[in-house]
Ligand binder design. Structure first.
Ligand SMILES: NC(=O)c1ccc[n+]([C@@H]2O[C@H](COP(=O)([O-])OP(=O)(O)OC[C@H]3O[C@@H](n4cnc5c(N)ncnc54)[C@H](OP(=O)(O)O)[C@@H]3O)[C@@H](O)[C@H]2O)c1
Length: 296
């Protein structure tokens, strides 16, 4: 995994146990790569050692996801649409850029049996993660997608770009305004937080992007923030009886999709989920519904 800086990443903590569980002789490590060194690092991936390139691939995180998409030999349609690469597959000396965030996000919905095509969606945030989530939902055929952001012009710009790629989609940019969000949340909607609000050690660890009393049991609430596992938004959602999905679910599923593309083997999801939970100081997941919250 490459990024700059890399202090926060728990990916090595759940990827290495997956390789070990399958007995694969692979080492997964975190390598801080400064922006100035990125091109040299990517070029180095193609170099053979003892006749063969030694890399299966790379995970890419902040701030390199966009830059890497311009440095590899090809990108998948999905990565092109999202405008970012989070996984590089080394096919010999040819480097292919993938994005597994949209898959990871959708898998979190599948785990709790939610079909997003049946309800409108409200995505909070308009950054890189929001883009992956929006592409996932639009590809799934969501009936309507509203995007609310602190900087409204970013929500407008994202909606405009997505409308060009999905001409028949119903898209609506919104400001991050409590009154506006309350109205949007009156019906049953899928609510997804893709902002940094609620993130431990972030700028606003105690904050939720929507008023607590706007959430009810008609909602499906998905918070991409995974540390803490139970954010202020998910606490309010669980108290209101909403269906809750933790960001850790998406994190593990996007990592599992990378693992599958590197190795061609079925990833040991339970091993990865338990290792990820341990890395955050949490108890192991229940095997039947690893991504739902206890409502107690
Ligand atoms: N679970 C997973 O697998 C997964 C995957 C990817 C990302 N994530 C999480 O998703 C979050 C966003 O990641 P990203 O890559 O999209 O980051 P990003 O591109 O930097 O976008 C950050 C978003 O947060 C908003 N924001 C920042 N500070 C805010 C504040 N004080 N009040 C309201 N909104 C605020 C920004 O709004 P402005 O446009 O107004 O600045 C923007 O919409 C992070 O917490 C990340 O860890 C999780």
């Amino acid at each position: 995994m490459i990024g700059w800086p890399l202090g926060h990443s728990i990916s090595p903590r759940f990827q290495q146990p997956a390789f070990d569980a399958l007995g694969l002789p692979v080492t997964y490590g975190a390598l801080p790569v400064a922006p100035a060194d990125l091109e040299g690092f990517i070029t180095g991936l193609r170099e053979a050692v003892d006749g063969a390139p030694p890399w299966l691939g790379v995970n890419v995180t902040i701030p390199h996801k966009e830059a890497v998409s311009h440095l590899v030999d090809d990108v998948t349609d999905e990565a092109r649409l999202i405008g970012a690469v989070n996984t590089v597959i080394c096919e010999g000396r040819r480097l292919i850029g993938h994005n597994t965030d949209a898959h990871g996000f959708m898998q979190g919905l599948r785990d709790v049996g939610v079909d997003p095509t049946r309800m409108p969606a409200l995505v909070i945030g308009a950054g890189g993660a929001a883009r992956a989530v929006a592409v996932a939902l639009l590809r799934a055929g969501v009936v309507e997608l509203a995007i609310a952001n602190r900087s409204p012009e970013r929500a407008e710009s994202l909606c405009w770009q997505l409308q060009a790629a999905f001409p028949s989609a119903r898209l609506k940019p919104l400001p991050l305004d409590a009154g506006v969000l309350r109205v949007r949340l009156l019906p049953a909607v899928l609510l997804v937080n893709t902002t940094v609000l609620g993130m431990a050690m972030g700028a606003a660890p105690g904050e939720s992007p929507v008023p607590d009393d706007a959430i009810g049991d008609r909602h499906v609430v998905y918070d991409l923030v995974y540390n803490p596992a139970r954010t202020p938004l998910l606490h309010a959602a669980a108290a209101a009886g909403a269906t809750c999905i933790e960001g850790l679910t998406m994190l593990v599923h996007q990592g599992a999709a990378s693992f599958e593309r590197w190795t061609g083997q079925v990833p040991p999801i339970d091993v990865m989920m338990d290792a990820a939970r341990r890395a955050l100081g949490l108890a192991p997941a229940r095997p039947t519904a690893p991504s739902t919250l206890d409502r107690a």
